[in-house]
Design a protein around this ligand. Structure first.
Ligand SMILES: CC(C)[C@H](C(=O)O)[C@@H](O)C(=O)O
Ligand code: SF4
Length: 476
């Protein structure tokens, strides 16, 4: 009898190539996603060392961060140039690198193009029980599929390209247990914001989280991707969900998922991955789904959360003096006054998108609130940016694009967009955005921009009211 193991331990054990006496291990990497921002120096390193990519077949490249989200082709179908020279340069560098190193690449104008963390699961590239890396901190998202997935730095990208392995230190495990049904108008985004509020932005440091309990079992794959995506915002390396029937149904028939007899065998293997009964976690946090309200951030860290029914907190109300100082600074940057009702905070920008909330279910939830309404006069710009061309196509087939554009939203091409200011989609200084993305850091959406993280339905509610609003009052 072997000792009961967690999902994390099972994946780790199955990938150890070599155990080192200092406790680190050389870990085999099954899947490597590559984007334009963190790969140029890695490919350059290979070139200088005269090395090849060891397993191009386990690597997949796509551009997302820099691409403008306006039309990519002209009326004749020719690709339009990118105006910003730095962005254009990164895209052409990626294209030259994938050609030189024979790495599979999804073209910037292909229907399959999208944000790397939307594309991986959608293409069936991300599979349960695999190790998945990408030079990007939100790689944790792929943990929703039962993959041990984490972000790596550029020198590690080079190491994986060259060897398909990484030297890693094992993580501790933390169980995040949530039971019960999320309330009316409350989404997985609200839940993960509330979890980060409880854990703190550094509370997960050194841990891999495993999301357990009936709330997560009942959650859709899209919802799980939202939750796992933000594990990193609690400081955790990765976040895991045990693969189940929902995972298998989502993956079956996807372009890069196993097919035929290999599919049936894979499902049998994946079923054995779940944490064994009696397995121990190093830490645990437990919450009730019924206690979660639609949640918004008021500060400049994802841990600065409050229920939409709440008020801007008084910095003095925090016990920790460092947190008091941080809150004072945050409120100053955000242009907010302690004690004000969150629902009185007006916004000028709406962003529905990012690898956290740009999948079909997110767009459906936002459209449900927007349908038959107009965006408020105070809104200067409202963007809907589907996470991939396939999400965009599906949404258009369902008529969601019309619902958004008739209300006054812009319907864009897939990419990271306003999630971070690396492309033309930016929030101007001192202006405020209700955003479905994952980071509200200083300057994240543009220099001086003020970000409030919300769910897709809450972003829609803000769009039609011109302020942070309680979506529960708008549900029909
Ligand atoms: C640009 C990239 C390296 C970065 C990351 O690592 O996460 C970005 O995706 C982000 O969300 O901040
Ligand atoms: S959408 Fe935002 S969080 Fe996700 S990969 Fe792009 S920049 Fe990073």
């Amino acid at each position: 009898m072997t000792a009961p193991r967690t999902l994390y331990q099972k994946i780790w054990d199955a990938h150890v190539v070599e155990q080192r006496p200092d406790g680190t291990a050389l870990i085999y990497i099954d899947r490597h996603l590559v984007h334009e921002v963190t790969s140029p120096q890695a490919f350059e390193g290979l070139r200088v060392a005269g090395r090849r990519v060891r397993r191009p077949d386990l690597t997949l490249a796509v551009a997302d961060h820099n691409l403008p989200t306006t039309a990519r082709v002209d009326a004749a179908g020719r690709r339009l140039p990118i105006a910003d020279p730095a962005s254009a340069g990164q895209l052409s560098a990626l294209e030259a690198n994938v050609a030189e190193f024979a790495v599979p690449y999804i073209e910037a104008t292909a229907a399959e193009q999208g944000i790397v963390h939307v594309v991986g699961p959608e293409q069936g590239f991300t599979l349960p029980g695999t190790t998945v890396v990408c030079g990007d901190s939100h790689t944790a998202a792929h943990g929703a599929m039962g993959a041990l997935a984490f972000g790596i730095g550029t020198s590690e990208v080079e190491h994986v390209l060259a060897t398909q392995t990484l030297l890693l230190k094992p993580s501790k495990t933390m169980e995040i247990r949530v039971e019960g049904t999320l309330g009316f108008g409350v989404s997985p985004k609200d839940l993960i914001l509330a979890i980060i509020g409880r854990l703190g932005a550094a509370g997960g440091t050194g841990y891999v989280l495993e999301y357990r309990g009936s709330t997560f079992r009942d959650m859709s794959i899209e919802g799980r991707l939202t939750v796992a995506n933000m594990s990193i915002e609690a400081g955790a390396r990765s976040g895991l969900f045990a693969p189940d029937e929902k995972t298998f149904a989502y993956l079956e028939g996807r372009r890069l998922a196993p097919q035929g007899a290999a599919w049936a065998e894979a499902v049998e293997r994946w079923k054995a991955l779940a944490t064994d009964e009696g397995a121990r976690f190093d830490a645990s946090l437990s919450m009730n789904a019924a206690d979660i309200a639609p949640t918004v951030t008021w500060g400049t860290s994802p841990e600065d959360v409050a229920p939409i029914t709440g008020r801007i907190p008084d910095p003095e109300s925090f016990a920790d003096p460092a947190k008091q100082a941080a809150a004072r600074k945050s409120l100053e940057y955000m242009g907010l006054t302690a004690g004000d009702a969150l629902q009185d905070v007006t916004v000028e920008h709406i962003f529905i998108g990012s690898c956290t909330n740009s999948r079909i279910e997110d767009l459906r939830q936002a459209a449900e609130i927007v349908r038959g309404r107009k965006i408020d006069r105070r809104i200067k710009q409202a963007l809907v940016v589907p996470g991939s061309g396939l999400v965009k196509r599906q949404a258009e087939a369902e008529g969601l694009d019309r619902i958004f554009t008739e209300a006054g939203f812009e319907w864009r091409e897939p990419g990271c967009s306003m999630c971070l200011a690396m492309n033309p989609d930016k929030v101007p200084p001192r202006e405020r955005c209700a955003s479905t993305s994952n980071r509200n850091f200083v300057g994240r959406q543009g220099p001086g921009a003020r970000t409030h993280l919300v769910s897709p339905a809450m972003a829609a509610a803000a769009a039609v009211t011109g302020r942070l609003a309680d979506v529960r009052e708008l549900v029909r």
